[in-house]
Design a protein around this ligand. Sequence first.
Ligand SMILES: [Zn+2]
Length: 332
Amino acid sequence: MKRRELIKTAFGLSAGLVGMSALKPLYANTGGMEFRAEPMYDVTPTKVTDKTYYFLAKDPEPSPDNHAFFNNPGFIITSEGVVVIDTGSSVQIGEMVLRQIKTVTDKPVIAVINTHYHGDHFLGNHAFIEQNPKLDIFSHQATIDNIKNGGGEFWVGFMQRSSNNGISGTVITPPNKTVNGGETMKFGDTTIKIHQWGTAHTECDLIVEVVEDKVAFLGDTAMRRVANMADGSFPGTIEAMKKAKALNCDYYIVGHGPHDNVSVCEDMQKFCEVIYGDATKYYDEGLSDFEMKPKIMQQPFMKDVASSWPGYEHTIGKFIAVAVAEVEKNMF
Ligand SMILES: [Zn+2]
């Protein structure tokens, strides 16, 4: 690449990151193609309570067939308007979410909350800012920092490869308002509490509690799926699950897979306790991660419960390696 082109490209990428410039036709990391991939097919939202809904993704992984739709965007209907929790992997999915919300309510979207910085949870922001450039999109500051410091480009590339360029046209659109956890937001008749309990799935997960409906949106802190623990913590997730259970909600909506009662928190806690507990024990005995893997897989919870979760076969080894690294780190 010639130097002049390099400068032009670098400028284009950084300009695509911030604020209003997201509306200019800059298509970061989409090969310079200034067109949009075809629209996302409609998914009917699942109603959980009078105020809370989510879009259940049928697949656990992104693919060309599902347009990289593999997580569950959600929304809350308040008397003031709609609050959206996570926006999907692309501008196309964000547009679909907006279309489908209109089939349920004529109230406008008044806020978005991104639970963390993984691309399936925020890349759809583009559609929301395109519709309303002044819309508040909340997240933890560390989410914004991660997206702006390379995370955004990483996730665009990942989704493009996984979906055969099915997210072309998506512009990285970071959140524009920060919360730390501990905030209570009042939207007319609805009280929303934001929780942040340290590192669980990432260092900055937000848990969104809808007080009146006794519903918690857990982001990816809990799931019956074995996918990505690279940014997370086993002891942190165990603690987060204890706190999630203590919210005493009737329903827990997770980032991937169907919603459930408190049992989804119990399963996630048990899963992490088995892996981290055994990793600690076998590390002390001098075993390497691949030597402990078959022993951990013999645990009743793993054989009877976790082995049926999507991703288990391929990814359980990675989870054990992450657990061993965390055991090692916590020894010093
Ligand atoms: Zn995630």
